[in-house]
Design a protein around this ligand. Structure first.
Ligand code: GAP
Length: 457
């Protein structure tokens, strides 16, 4: 067989690996899929949950100046009038007169259909909000929308949160939840879909301090991705030009990631000024001002909004962690996930299914499961099982062999270096805890030994 040569990540490789290993499947797969909707499989759901949990821990749990919220997807229709989504949240749509495919006019290079070179219709504005009806009557009075951003749920609860949390400016409200946009063009796997999740912060500040806080959040959010092991060279900041700014924004930067299809937006950080609170005051007739204790004046806070996509973060993490390495004549494919993000932290692998070995391996498995997502695998050769765990991005494999029955020791094999250490089972849990928290694998517990794994064909 010809020697395989390691290559770079492509969307095709990623999509196929994600489907094969249970990260992400097309929605309604058995019916041929539903365009731009995706299902997260047993491994993908763990990765996605880990991203959301780290975001929540870093932005809510570990901060004094932030509280969380979980608001409903369906909101009063007046919200979307106030936010101007009804009037403004649209893209220019053109249709090919020949093949009837539809395109976003602002994304086309020429003035002909990219698919069949046919003539295109004049553009018309197409609102991206999904419409539905509340209650049994499908009539105009009952129209409601699936929210296109989670942010509005935060703005309309500003007063509730101030009154109940006793937070003083500057402070933020964070929310993770589903949003829906009837995008004209989708694609690039989960990058642009019609149903997706957002992780949004609305950070309320005194007018005049907004530039300072904008810069603060720009740096904070950029560094968050770096802390999660995303390579700095694959991240960049890009300022929006005047004509690109959303109707509510004074200023906006994107954190872009260098995806296989090119640099594209991962997160947007906007200075929304007092637009949203003012609009909701006008439309609801309720006061959403804040009593400034220093000046004793009622003010309308400005809002800095770091708004990240969960699915785009998943995609960036997958792209960044993917690697192909030479392994004799074959290639080893692995995900170098940060331990906090790895879907499965530890795999327990008995060398054989023999009863006494299986019993010991099951004991080890039972001991580790309360701490992390752990997988038990006793199928195929140990080399193949290591490769499977590499493709799942599992940081550590614990191998139980016949010697373990004699000496009560097991082997930990590390994903990235393939180094192995042997240590007493009694020290296993604490050692894994330390390794997952970033301690060097070579800091050995008493009685431990080190060696390097043979590459498996
Ligand atoms: N509240 C502000 C807001 O929604 P946005 O730039 O439209 O701003 C924020 O969206 C983030 O949500 C984007 O940076 C992206 O990560 C994610 N996002 C937006 N549309 C998306 C889509 N169709 N599919 C997947 N993620 C999307």
């Amino acid at each position: 067989m010809a020697k395989q040569v390691p290559g770079r990540v492509t969307m095709e490789k990623l999509t196929s690996l994600c489907q094969r290993r249970g990260f992400i499947f097309p929605s309604s797969d058995i019916y041929g899929g539903l365009s731009s909707c995706w299902d997260y499989g047993p491994v993908g759901v763990e990765l996605k949950r880990n991203i959301k949990e780290v975001w929540w821990r870093n932005n809510v749990q570990e901060r004094d100046d932030m509280v969380g919220l979980d608001t409903s997807i369906l909101m009063h229709p007046r919200v979307w009038e106030a936010s101007e989504h009804l009037a403004q949240f649209s893209d220019p749509l053109v249709e090919c007169k020949n093949c009837h495919l539809r395109w976003r006019a602002d994304e086309l290079k020429g003035d002909r259909c990219p698919s069949c070179n046919g003539e295109l219709t004049e553009p018309h504005q197409f609102n991206l909000m999904f419409k539905t009806f509340m209650g049994p009557m499908e009539e105009a009075a009952n129209v409601v929308y699936l929210r296109p951003e989670t942010a509005q749920g935060i703005f309309v609860n500003f007063e509730n949160v101030v009154n109940t949390s006793r937070k003083r400016l500057p402070f933020g409200i964070a929310q993770i939840g589903k949003s829906f946009r009837n995008e004209i063009t989708t694609g690039n796997f989960v990058f642009r879909s019609r149903e997706f999740e957002q992780m949004e912060i609305e950070f309320f500040v005194k007018p005049g301090t907004d530039d300072k806080w904008f810069d603060y959040w720009l740096e904070e959010r950029f560094n968050w991705y770096v802390k999660l092991s995303i390579k700095k060279e694959n991240l960049r900041l890009r300022e929006h030009a005047e004509e690109e700014l959303a109707h509510y924004a004074h200023k906006c930067y994107d954190i872009d990631y260098n995806f296989p299809m090119g640099w594209s937006e991962l997160e947007g950080i906007a200075n929304r000024g007092d637009f949203d609170l003012k609009q909701h005051m006008t439309y609801s007739g309720k006061s959403l001002t804040y009593l400034d204790e220093e000046s004793k004046e009622h003010i309308i806070p400005y809002i800095i909004e770091p708004s990240a996509g969960v699915d785009r973060s998943v995609l960036a993490v997958l792209c960044d962690a993917y690697e192909e390495e030479p392994d004799k004549d074959e290639i080893r494919v692995l995900f170098h996930f940060h331990p906090d993000l790895a879907p499965i932290k530890v795999a327990v692998l008995p060398l054989s299914r023999k009863e006494n070995l299986a019993a010991l391996a099951k004991d080890v498995y039972a001991d580790l499961r309360p701490c992390w997502m752990v997988q038990y695998d006793d199928t195929q050769s140990i080399g193949r099982r290591y490769r499977r765990q590499d493709e799942l991005g599992t940081p550590f494999c614990v191998t139980i062999d016949f010697q373990s029955l004699e000496d009560n020791m097991v082997t930990i094999r590390e994903r990235d270096t393939m180094n192995q250490i042997r240590l007493p089972i009694a020290a296993l849990r604490d050692t894994l805890q330390a390794k997952l928290a970033g301690e060097d694998l070579f800091v050995l517990p008493e009685g431990g030994q080190i060696w390097k794994e043979e590459k498996h064909a």
